[in-house]
Design a protein. Structure first.
Length: 406
């Protein structure tokens, strides 16, 4: 077993990017900001660098130190094995509300010691917890829509994660290092340059008055209605790495089928070879070669049978070229064809062209922004073209061979 660990300079660069670039929507934190650090115990070396970096920036770090599941201590699995229905339905509203009110930023690190810790757990129980926790998601989203909260998710590689991806731990970390520009002489400057390039494409897309998208390729023939008052987004620093360019379309116009050649690691399970068919915006057929029962329970969750996001990654930006067995990286993979991913479930309200804080629930529904307790990204890296139909009726090829053609 490899005992590889990135050196202190790499971890310092990582913390600098996350605190002084990614949070704050690409601007970093300000003096006096409260930053909640949600970090598993195995990522303690990175947590120490994050802690120092927040303090040096004049912020107030609040540590949420999370125990990892391992063969001796299976916290998440034990919860689902022992929790009664009453315990599954418990939501600490006062504590959660207080945390949301207190913090300005949230930083979460993914670092798993068992990617399939919950594979023997009834997926109904897991979906129950997702539904129970939805108010917390709504509170964070409302604060974010007011411009008073930002977040970022990043990853710390472990031996078990590397094994799942069939890589050595050092090779796994090399994907993280090059994917996040951690060995670059000036990592933040490099991220700002990349964000600027992505922003240029976003601006072009938003200027085109796109009505519909037709995604066609290997086992994909899908039509998506963009919807009224939609924005494309990208390069905002919410995920590190983040090379995707995405929008939240009007779910009601989704029609056709799409297959995903990348496995989905979700709810402590691995779901393989997912195929979805849509009619009038709803998932009407779904298949998976492994753990279809988990997929079925996910889709049964309220509004999880509707699309919440459509995304494309341009291979010119992403240096990630290996399967990483983690959606954060697999939805940002470059490689020869870039990637396409869609998310079932919750839409992103910042993809609304206007002030999202002003809309009522009915107005969100009328615009076709989906609302759900889940948001599950599913990825394909097969060859595809994306053709836009514009308001003028003209068609324009916007994506081919893994790159935007704008």
């Amino acid at each position: 077993m490899s005992n590889y660990q990135p050196n202190n300079q790499i971890l310092k660069n990582y913390a600098d990017i996350l605190i002084n670039f990614a949070l704050g929507g690409g601007k970093g934190i300000k003096k006096g900001d409260v930053v909640r650090l949600n970090v598993p115990e195995v990522a303690k070396p990175l947590l120490f660098q994050l802690y120092q970096t927040v303090l040096k920036a004049g912020g107030h770090p609040l540590i949420n130190y999370l125990p990892n599941d391992d063969k001796n201590f299976t916290f998440s699995k034990t919860y689902y094995q022992l929790a009664s229905q009453d315990q599954l339905n418990f939501f600490p509203a006062k504590l959660s509300r207080g945390i949301v009110n207190q913090i300005d930023h949230s930083l979460s690190i993914i670092a798993d010691l068992d990617k399939q810790a919950l594979k023997a757990i009834d997926p109904v129980k897991i979906m129950t917890r997702n539904k129970v926790s939805k108010p917390l998601m709504d509170w964070y989203n409302a604060k974010e829509n007011k411009g008073k909260f930002t977040w970022v998710i990043a990853m710390y590689g472990t031996q078990q994660m590397a094994k799942e991806a069939k890589l050595s731990l050092e090779a796994y970390w090399q994907q993280i290092i090059k994917g996040c520009y951690l060995s670059h002489p000036d990592p933040i400057s490099k991220w700002r340059q990349t964000a600027s390039q992505i922003t240029h494409i976003v601006k072009v897309l938003n200027s085109l008055a796109i009505k519909t998208l037709h995604i066609k390729g290997q086992a994909i023939d899908l039509k998506i209605n963009l919807g009224e008052k939609r924005l494309w987004k990208g390069g905002s620093g919410r995920n590190i790495p983040s090379f995707e360019i995405f929008t939240s379309p009007d779910w009601r116009g989704t029609q056709g089928f799409i297959s995903f050649n990348q496995p989905l690691y979700r709810y402590g399970n691995i779901i393989k070879d997912i195929k979805l068919e849509f009619k009038k915006g709803l998932v009407t057929k779904f298949l998976a070669s492994q753990n279809q029962a988990v997929l079925a329970q996910m889709i049964k969750t309220r509004n999880a049978n509707k699309i919440g996001e459509f995304s494309l990654t341009d291979s010119r930006f992403s240096q990630i070229d290996k399967f990483m067995a983690e959606t954060l990286y697999d939805e940002n993979v470059g490689g020869p064809q870039g990637n396409t991913h869609i998310a079932l479930g919750m839409a992103y309200k910042d993809c609304y062209d206007g002030n999202p804080d002003k809309l009522t629930k009915k107005q969100w529904r009328d615009l076709g922004f989906n609302d759900s307790a889940i948001h599950t990204d599913i990825v394909s890296t097969t060859q595809r073209t994306v053709t836009a139909t514009l308001a003028s009726g003209d068609e324009k090829l916007v994506y081919k061979n893994g790159q935007f053609t704008l």
